[in-house]
Design a binder for this molecule. Structure first.
Ligand SMILES: Nc1ncnc2c1ncn2[C@@H]1O[C@H](COP(=O)(O)OP(=O)(O)OP(=O)(O)O)[C@@H](O)[C@H]1O
Length: 296
């Protein structure tokens, strides 16, 4: 059911987008419930920006279905009015001052919170008098963060916008994002390469690979499906037979494999009974295994 107070939900089914010779999205599908912070991960060229552009109504799909809050977003004034996308290329007025940009968004966006925008601009130490073109890359990213957060849109999309920020600024962004979503629930979709940094924020993760969704799952469920198994090579091979092994490396007689499978307690106990060492797999490693050359 759509919960308007908690943001827009997103349903994508069999989505295809083509550019002349390139199929950027090739039957992608996933769902995001209303209200929550979600991650869109994928290697360079996997289709993240294209997907986000479709969700934000900047592009019409060539095939399949995209529903945002129950309706197709393209040329849909209601859905577009409730969606904000922040991209590094900037959807700001580049030759105007920061202060003018904030006033412009205040006028354009009914959900804009001007006090919060001012507070965030202070926190990010943005000089309101500077024109956008005179800002450093990191400060331009910070302006994007301020706009994305202060808009309080039911669907808020950040397309790698915080990559230009230094580590303390990114931490500030993550903290402020979390505070915003707790105080004013909405649906936030972040695309990023910095998985280790953002994984604790994410309720769900969608991983794209070559235009297809290879994983769409709750982050906790994803972590539970990944385990490293370490021990004598022959024992590891026998114990993991029949499980989906996504990575393997040998260190002399010792083998470590990364398993990505529905591991119930039974499977884990049986691995443990073989006397093998079991360990967690960082999301970043799972991502590398699932989108690396070996998995194709
Ligand atoms: N305007 C365009 N014209 C032609 N091809 C395009 C266009 N935009 C994207 N593509 C192609 O579509 C594919 C997906 O690109 P997209 O920008 O969506 O990927 P991405 O996952 O955002 O990549 P990155 O992480 O490098 O930003 C790529 O092969 C890209 O070259």
């Amino acid at each position: 059911m759509t919960q308007h107070s908690a943001g827009f939900d997103v349903r994508v089914r069999d989505l295809t987008v083509r550019f002349k010779r390139t199929t950027a999205l090739d039957g992608a599908g996933f769902e995001l419930p209303a209200g929550g912070i979600y991650g869109l991960l994928g290697r360079n060229g996997s289709g993240k920006t294209t997907l986000l552009a479709v969700l934000a109504a900047l592009r019409r799909p060539d095939g399949g279905e995209v529903l945002v809050d129950g309706e197709a977003p393209f040329e849909n004034a209601r859905v577009m009015g409730g969606t904000v996308i922040v991209r590094e290329s900037g959807d700001v007025l580049p030759t105007e001052r920061v202060s003018t940009n904030l006033k412009y968004f205040a006028a354009m966006r009914p959900t804009w919170d001007a006090d919060r925008a001012g507070e965030l601009a202070d926190l990010f130490e943005l000089d309101l008098r500077k024109t956008v073109t005179d800002l450093s890359r990191g400060k331009r990213s910070a302006l994007g963060a301020v706009i994305g957060l202060a808009t309080r849109a039911p669907l808020t999309i950040f397309d790698e916008v915080y990559l230009g920020m230094d580590a303390p600024s990114r931490q500030l962004f993550y903290d402020q994002l979390l505070a915003e979503v707790v105080a004013h629930p909405r649906t936030v979709l972040l695309s990023s390469h910095l998985i280790g940094e953002i994984e604790h924020l994410l309720e769900r993760v969608v991983i794209l690979d070559a235009g297809r969704v290879v994983v769409a799952a709750e982050t906790d469920e994803l972590r539970a499906r990944g385990v490293t198994v370490t021990g004598p090579a022959t024992t590891v091979a026998a114990a993991t037979d029949g499980l989906r092994v996504v990575g393997s490396r040998d260190l002399g007689p010792t083998r470590q494999v990364t398993v990505f499978d529905d591991l119930g307690d039974g499977a884990l106990t049986s691995l443990g009974e073989h006397g093998l060492d079991l360990g967690p797999v960082p999301l970043q490693d799972l991502f590398i295994h699932l989108t690396g050359k070996d998995s194709r």
